[in-house]
Design a protein around this ligand. Structure first.
Ligand code: AMP
Ligand code: MG
Length: 350
């Protein structure tokens, strides 16, 4: 299959109209279109068409028990999909939608099992990104979409990442530039009486607590689960975001972190090693193989660059990668959640 790549241009409304109408045709005939959102690129199919949704799992190599998020472009699209919208859900919708949050509701029969991965709930997201909204609106149906990467690899934050992973396996990529937040959406389960954070993201636990103070946190958010423990978001149990290299996170105060990473570099001279450093530390390492992930003073830059840097580790052919750790508060919770998974929980605490 030839994958068509179409680039939107907000100075050219005619061009965009033609792109969205072509993309809608693909979706309405059961095909796959990758599209940008403010979090990461999604791989979309008609969420109401089980056969179309199956193709997403095939293209990504995604396990079939890992459900997809249904994307909408207006609240009126939500009502047929969910059984009830409780007070907590209403408060979170008012505070954060449209935006980088996904809410899990009890589903109606309109949502096929392929979309919900066999669960009786459905995850709903209303993205804020203009291209995402215009694409979904043109399709006229909710769009089931996981991240548009090969399963297990870092999520895509540029159209080129999608092309690298999925070219030849999907019908179309809409190129809308780089993603603003760069981490997948915060997921909150609102299907029960107490809301529960299933996956941390750019809408932080601290922000959620201001709206729903009694929110719980699923065990999978902080660390590796013990044998027999199950995360509530099935996707949280899979290895993720892994570069081919062996990844180690080193966490402590900056001075000790730098010293420990330099010691590890000295110990691993037989391998091609890379360091994922910050603006504050980039000149302190005994190697030229430095990837700067962002500034510690601006964690949002770290979030926005994180997946791009993990991909770069592969493009550069690193065999061992040492990454600086971050405190697990505010945006740091989501950043560390992704980094720990990329490292297979291989972390040195100083
Ligand atoms: P992705 O968009 O690739 O990050 O994948 C979607 C994420 O949402 C995965 O971690 C899924 O496990 C999670 N998810 C989707 N639907 C549900 C649901 N009904 N209940 C809990 N988690 C869900
Ligand atoms: Mg994903």
């Amino acid at each position: 299959m030839k994958t068509e790549i179409l680039t939107v241009d907000y100075n050219d409304p005619q061009l965009n109209k033609a792109i969205f109408s072509k993309a809608a045709k693909v979706i309405n005939t059961g095909g796959l279109v990758a599209f940008p959102t403010e979090t990461v690129y999604g791989l979309g199919a008609n969420a109401l068409d089980g056969e179309a949704v199956k193709k997403i799992y095939e293209a990504k190599g995604r396990p079939s028990d890992n459900p997809l998020i249904a994307h909408i472009s207006g609240f009126e699209q939500l009502l047929p999909l969910v059984k009830e919208i409780n007070e907590n859900a209403k408060k979170l919708m008012k505070a954060f939608m449209p935006g980088p949050i996904t809410l899990v509701f009890k589903k109606t029969d309109v949502i096929p099992m392929q979309t919900s991965g066999g669960l009786d709930t459905v995850a709903i997201r209303y993205p804020e990104n203009r291209t995402a909204q215009e694409f979904i609106t043109a399709c006229g149906v909710p769009i089931a979409a996981p991240s548009a990467n090969t399963s297990g690899k870092p999520s895509p934050t540029r159209a080129s990442h999608v092309e690298f992973d999925l070219s030849g396996k999907i019908d179309m990529i809409i190129d809308g530039g780089s993603c603003e937040f760069g981490l997948e959406s915060t997921i909150v389960d609102v299907s029960g009486s107490v809301p529960c954070l299933l996956r941390p993201g750019s809408i932080t636990l601290e922000m959620l607590k201001e709206i729903v103070p009694d929110i719980k946190v699923d065990g999978a958010v902080l660390g590796a689960l013990k044998d027999g423990e199950k995360p509530k978001a099935p996707g949280m149990k899979y290895t993720h975001y892994s570069p081919d290299a062996n990844v180690t996170i080193v966490r402590g105060d900056i001075e000790h972190t730098v010293a420990e990473i330099n010691r590890l570099l000295g110990e691993n001279t037989d391998k091609v090693c890379g360091v994922v450093a910050t603006e504050e530390t980039k000149d302190k390492y005994d190697t030229e193989n430095i990837l700067v992930i962002g500034s510690r003073k601006h964690p949002e830059t770290i979030a926005a660059n994180l997946f791009k840097m993990l991909r770069k580790c592969d493009y550069k052919g690193y065999e061992a990668v040492f990454i600086e750790g971050f405190p697990e508060s505010e945006l740091g919770l989501a950043i560390m959640n992704r980094l720990k998974k990329a490292a297979g929980y291989n972390i040195i605490e100083l």
